[in-house]
Write a protein that binds this ligand. Structure first.
Ligand code: BES
Ligand code: MN
Ligand code: ZN
Length: 489
């Protein structure tokens, strides 16, 4: 929980007072209206404490003449962009897991700073504790309880609204992270559908529809059925439609929801296969986004489509060389059952496009090639020119890293099949683009953006800034920002 307060930094009674440090040409600078004790500490003891102000440098020291019980000094690095502040404050609140309360000294009084600090504080205050028992081997700490932002004056309407929005946004990101972090024995397609039912219960203007495996077969979802047929836990399509009465515009969001990707008969190597519980991150992102849009009452219609299946090898699994007929009649030769995401997504893109939305955005942990191209922190966006640029703009505004990638028309020939309209794989090189080109076959002329978040959706290495280990919630901020700007124009 977050709140705005008039209290002064020296008098606020909390477990920790958070102060942002910046590396400036003139030296190390604590930002904002910082008590003298902290100014003196920073100027006098930076060297002995090893303070440099670099990003992800967090120090906690005892407080003496303050009401706060400790001071957290968190580095923002050289730049003080909203995103560098978001990360600095997030790293601080992340370091305070297990404590009850913190207050943040605002670095300046720009409205964007308030937004970034509120978001960073909440995004960093996350812990996934579902599987930590009560036994003596339990080491988990719950997330920091509450955060006060030291505004110094009575909040204006705009300031209150900005913080409420940050709260809804952060809850959406946390919900997406929770879904990714859930173990795949607990989170299978029907279980995801249950989470969606609960998350949308009582939300105004929201209608949820769940198609089970029979309905999917009857609806000619050949791709989603093919991918899901090897699992004892059958596939689902979850559609969450938010339609406020006054909406003139509409956006469809399609998410890849492979609750576990073993590769199927084209089995993956066992090293790191555990990370494939995150293969439903796209579905988690689109579900969380539509819920946030509804909670914020955005005047735009948003439909989230979650393509849910478990990709498993078994006697009923699809085989390499199987031919599937997709919802639009396209036939696809399955040459590799591990290229399952595009099969599941294709049908659902077709269904989404049937409703003639103004824009389709899909989110998928689609290719290892995305991670090769851009690494673990930068996601890719492909699609029609305007849609791709719109996503880049929304990503930049929200502080998420999405980089534009091309869909070269002439590479399409790489998806030729000897027996069907398309093959589900081509050569290895440019694998991210080939997967994008495959999806492009199913969106027709609808403006469309494809977000490949394979690397950034799941953090298996080390936490940084406001980004925890495990599910990151990548994409929620960009999509919500995109919806907000579409709703406005
Ligand atoms: N879910 C994976 C992609 C992935 C890889 C996500 C690493 C996150 C981290 C996807 O289903 C997959 O297996 N893709 C294959 C496609 C290949 C067989 C053409 C890949 O990228 O190796
Ligand atoms: Mn796969
Ligand atoms: Zn996959």
């Amino acid at each position: 929980m977050i709140s705005l307060t008039q209290a002064a930094p020296a008098t606020v009674s909390v477990d920790a007072l958070v102060v942002v440090l910046a590396e400036r040409p003139e030296g190390l600078v604590p930002l904002g209206d910082v008590p003298d004790e902290i100014r003196t500490l920073v100027s006098g003891s930076a060297q002995v404490l090893g303070l440099t102000g670099a990003a992800d440098e967090v120090h906690r020291v005892p407080a003496h003449r303050l009401r706060a019980r400790s001071v957290v000094l968190t580095g923002a690095g050289k730049a003080s962009t909203p995103e560098s502040l978001r990360r600095a404050v997030g790293a601080a609140t992340r370091s305070l897991a297990g404590l009850t309360s913190a207050a943040v000294v605002l670095p300046d009084d720009e409205p964007e700073t308030l937004t970034a600090v509120a978001e960073g504080a909440l995004l960093g205050a996350y812990a996934y504790t579902r599987y930590h028992g009560q036994g003596s081997s339990s080491t988990t700490k719950p997330a920091l309880g509450e955060v006060q932002l030291l505004l110094g004056h009575r909040p204006t309407k705009a300031e209150t609204r900005s913080v409420q929005r940050a709260q809804v946004l952060a809850e959406a990101v946390h919900a997406a992270r929770d879904l990714v972090n859930a173990a795949p024995n607990d989170l299978y397609p029907e279980a995801f559908a249950d989470v969606a039912r609960t998350a949308t219960k009582g939300l105004k203007g929201v209608k949820i529809t769940v198609l089970d495996e029979k309905a999917l077969a009857a609806g000619s979802f050949g791709g989603l059925v093919g991918v899901g047929q090897g699992s004892a836990r059958p596939p689902r399509l979850v559609k969450v439609a938010y339609s406020p009465g006054r909406a003139k515009r509409s956006v469809a969001l399609v998410g890849k929801g492979i609750t576990f990707d073993s590769g199927g008969i084209s089995l993956k190597p066992s090293a790191d296969m555990d990370e494939m519980k995150s293969d439903m991150a796209g579905a988690a992102t689109v579900l969380s986004t539509v819920v946030a849009a509804a909670r914020l009452n955005l005047p735009i219609a948003v439909t989230a489509w979650c393509a849910l299946a478990e990709n498993m090898p078994s006697g009923t699994a699809q085989r390499p060389s199987d031919v599937l007929t997709m919802r639009d009649g396209t036939t696809v030769e399955v040459l590799n059952t591990d290229a399952e995401g595009r099969l599941a997504m294709a049908d659902v893109l077709v269904a989404a496009v049937e409703e003639t939305p103004d824009l389709v955005v899909d989110v998928a942990t689609l290719t290892g090639a995305q991670v090769v191209a851009l690494g673990r922190r930068v996601a890719a966006v492909m699609g029609t020119d305007d849609a791709r640029e719109e996503v880049v703009a929304a990503a930049t505004a929200s502080g998420e890293a999405f980089w534009p990638m091309p869909l070269p028309e002439d590479m399409k020939s790489g998806l030729k099949s000897k027996v069907a309209d398309l093959a589900n794989i081509g050569e290895r090189w440019g694998g991210m683009l080939l997967a994008g080109l495959f999806l492009a076959e199913f969106v027709g002329d609808t403006p469309w953006a494809h977000l490949d978040v394979a690397g950034p959706a799941y953090n298996s290495k080390t936490a940084y800034g406001y980004t925890p280990l495990g599910g990151t919630g990548m994409g929620v901020r960009t999509l919500l920002t995109l919806l907000e700007s579409r709703a406005e124009r």
